[in-house]
Design a protein around this ligand. Structure first.
Ligand SMILES: [Zn+2]
Length: 271
């Protein structure tokens, strides 16, 4: 599943391909991907819009058009391909943007969980879905007191995945951040000290920065964009690992809030 570093990687790779291209029309083969507006409005509004930039907020890609932002969430398996307009439609290509230069941007999603919104530019951050997001990892407002105010009485692993608190952390990076912070994933987040919250903030930034540098993590079949292979999987310390790189104990895998969670029982002691 793409997390912040993978979305950042897709953003950079895609921008090189689509910057300043004009969208002539869109073909939609799986209606549920378009969350807003209606299919007919979406098709009408996107005509003749030029892609000026691609931004990112949390795990959302934001294509900046003349009058709108096209928001795209890749969810589990979404990715973008560039094709010629004449190229045959391939399996799992559900939304296609046809450019004036006879190339296409094609959204491919084997599981069809991805979502797109086309929203007027003004106040885009104050509307759903962006209005529901928490802080970016590098936001200076992200402090231990912010976290203490936001954390619920739930396992810290679950809270790190909650996009209304900090955005962009998914299952892989949450395990890495907690391992480096030496905090057990089952720890009740509402009991964490200021010092522990500060460690989480520091390691969140460190892990995500390193992963962005490495072009994200390529696991199983997921590549963030066609031909883009991240390298961060080579630096994972605990997620999917067998042995702790610090104390050499066997890594334990448990389920926390429905998510497979890897940790070291010795380095990340239970309270
Ligand atoms: Zn250990």
């Amino acid at each position: 599943m793409p997390e912040l570093p993978e979305v950042e990687t897709v953003k950079k790779a895609l921008l090189k391909e689509v910057k300043n291209k004009e969208i002539l029309s869109a073909s939609i083969y799986w209606d549920n991907i378009i969350a807003y507006p209606t299919i007919s409005e979406f098709k009408k509004q996107i005509q003749n819009q030029v892609i000026h930039d691609i931004k990112r907020r949390g795990k959302w890609l934001m294509f900046e058009l003349d009058d709108y932002y096209l928001l795209s969430h890749l969810r589990m398996e979404g990715k973008y391909y560039i094709r010629k307009t004449d190229d045959p439609l391939e399996k799992h290509q559900h939304v296609i943007f046809h450019f004036s230069d006879k190339t296409d941007l094609r959204y491919h999603d084997t599981r069809k969980f991805g979502k797109m919104f086309l929203l007027k530019k003004d106040n885009v951050f104050k509307q759903k879905p962006l209005s529901e997001l928490g802080l970016e990892p590098w936001d200076t407002s992200l402090t231990p007191s912010y976290l203490k105010q936001k954390f619920h009485k739930k396992p810290i692993k679950t809270e790190l995945l909650d996009q209304s608190i900090i955005v962009g952390i998914g299952n892989i990076y949450a395990d890495e951040i907690l391992f480096l912070s030496k905090i057990n994933p089952k720890t009740d987040a509402s009991t964490l000290t200021n010092k522990e919250c500060q460690k989480i903030i520091n390691f969140t930034r460190e892990v995500l920065e390193k992963a962005i540098e490495d072009g994200g993590t390529t696991v199983k079949s997921y590549e963030s964009s066609e031909g883009v292979h991240g390298r961060f999987q080579n630096h994972l310390l605990v997620h999917t690992k067998q042995e702790c790189p610090i104390c050499h104990s066997k890594i334990t895998k448990i389920n926390v809030g429905g998510r497979g969670t890897y940790y070291c029982t010795k380095c990340q002691k239970e309270r």
